[in-house]
Write a protein that binds this ligand. Structure first.
Ligand SMILES: Cc1cc2nc3c(=O)[nH]c(=O)nc-3n(C[C@H](O)[C@H](O)[C@H](O)COP(=O)(O)OP(=O)(O)OC[C@H]3O[C@@H](n4cnc5c(N)ncnc54)[C@H](O)[C@@H]3O)c2cc1C
Length: 396
């Protein structure tokens, strides 16, 4: 359909693959360049929010995720000691979304399904094991050079979905202002069944505890625990299996030992690129923004970028004026700043409250919110990312 027009997408993470799929389904010739030989098997994002499922539904991908994931109709905030908790029921969103729940499913399921489909599309070239060394643009073309061979590829538009260390972002001349959260994050998975241990658990639980908050997310065959130790030890020391085993035994003295399937220590940034486009170079996903994972919005936000950008690129390649692409940053940047980075920051701060009295007070306020139908609805629309997408639409 576009014999000469062509976009290159750098990076085959969930965002690059979603963008490639959406653009290719609308007839665009796409080349995807990815340095890794295969889809990353690292456990990263595992939460899909309602509007992301709505966006992915028409192509049938949502059904694949549902088949391989676990539907979570509610989530909760609770005190470890005593077990008092507030539960938020996502079914109140049923008039706003076809998927009024969170879906817990590893991001690699999405990536594998997208890549499987892309490989069947004639307008897509998927090159793995290829690292882009440099990028740029001249007149009406963008270009990349490949490490090793030095080969140069040209395209109409180059989209950097190349993650947090994006070289496309640098070529755009964007700053990446922000900061690193001081706390350590340890992501641990275990087949241990927490349902039998803590009464009335939901599928997603954020839990206050004096010597380090934690969260428990129920994936299809595993529980995913995020630990935030406060001992002041370095990340590597905290990530030792013996130490994690000890921490879990402290939390759950009557259980264990725990079978630890995976341990991933990491630090979290909040950062926003100052601009998302320079003529024929654009960025999306982690290349453009990073946020605290509390609330599970990073990958979802990147997928929303990809849907927005795919539509605008298709319009542009169909003859719309160049200015149509300005709509991308106009729609997405304020929403990412306020509704993703800002909301994730609030989610994180709430969990930092110290002292049982303050936490009980906060829990009582949250219970009042959950009991008020209008306030609960507004809050869940916002934290489920429906509000942000509606705002982006209004900015179109
Ligand atoms: C531990 C952890 C837990 C998380 N949990 C959640 C969650 O629950 N919910 C949520 O929404 N988000 C979560 N996130 C965030 C989420 O994983 C990211 O937002 C998401 O992976 C971003 O996707 P992306 O495609 O933009 O970037 P990436 O997934 O980082 O993909 C970038 C790709 O670009 C490739 N690349 C980079 N440079 C080059 C180059 N020069 N040449 C060729 N290829 C290149 C890389 O190899 C990589 O495959 C989590 C992240 C972490 C680390």
């Amino acid at each position: 359909m576009y014999p000469s027009e062509h976009i290159i997408i750098m990076g085959a993470g969930p965002v690059g693959l979603t963008l490639a799929h959406q653009a290719a389904l609308q007839g665009v010739n796409v080349t995807v360049l990815e340095s890794e030989a295969q889809v990353s098997r690292q456990l990263r994002a595992s939460t899909f929010h309602p509007p992301t499922l709505d966006l992915l539904a028409p192509s049938g991908i949502t059904q694949v995720l549902i088949d391989k994931g676990r539907i979570t109709p509610s989530w909760q905030i609770r005190l470890h000691e005593g077990g008092e908790h507030v539960t938020f029921d996502l079914s109140v969103l049923r008039d706003d979304t076809g998927h009024p729940y969170r879906l817990q499913c590893e991001q690699l399921v999405l990536s594998e399904e997208l890549e499987r489909r892309l490989l069947t599309l004639p307008q897509v070239t998927m090159l793995r094991g290829v690292t882009v060394e440099s990028v740029g643009q001249v007149l009406n073309r963008a270009w990349v050079t490949l490490a090793g061979s030095g080969e140069r590829l040209e395209c109409d538009y180059l989209v950097g979905c190349d993650g947090a260390h994006s070289i496309v972002r640098k070529a755009i001349g964007a700053s990446f202002e922000g900061s690193v959260y001081p706390d350590i994050n340890l992501l641990v998975t275990t087949p241990f069944d927490f349902d039998g241990l803590l009464p009335d658990l939901a599928g997603v639980n954020y839990i206050w505890q004096d010597s380090g908050n934690y969260s428990l997310l129920h994936l299809p065959n595993l529980w995913r625990i995020s630990l935030h130790p406060t001992s002041g030890q370095p990340l590597e020391a905290e990530a030792q299996p013996k130490r994690i085993q000890r921490r879990l035994q402290e939390l759950f003295p009557d259980a264990g030992p725990f079978d630890l399937a995976e341990i991933r220590p990491y630090r979290v940034h909040k950062r926003l690129a100052s601009r998302w486009r320079l003529n024929r170079l654009l960025i999306a996903g982690d290349a453009a923004h990073l946020n605290n994972p509390k609330g599970g919005m990073g990958m979802n936000g990147g997928i929303h970028d990809a849907f927005c950008l795919a539509d605008l690129l298709v319009q542009r390649l169909n003859g719309a004026p160049d200015a149509v692409l300005d709509g991308y940053e106009r729609q997405r940047l304020p929403v990412v700043r306020d509704d993703i980075i800002g909301q994730a920051d609030k989610n994180h701060s709430r969990m930092q409250l110290q002292g049982l009295e303050q936490r009980r007070q906060s829990l009582a306020e949250l219970q009042a919110l959950a009991d008020d139908p209008q306030r609960a609805y507004d809050y869940l629309r916002r934290t489920s990312m429906l509000e942000g997408l509606a705002k982006a639409k209004a900015l179109a």
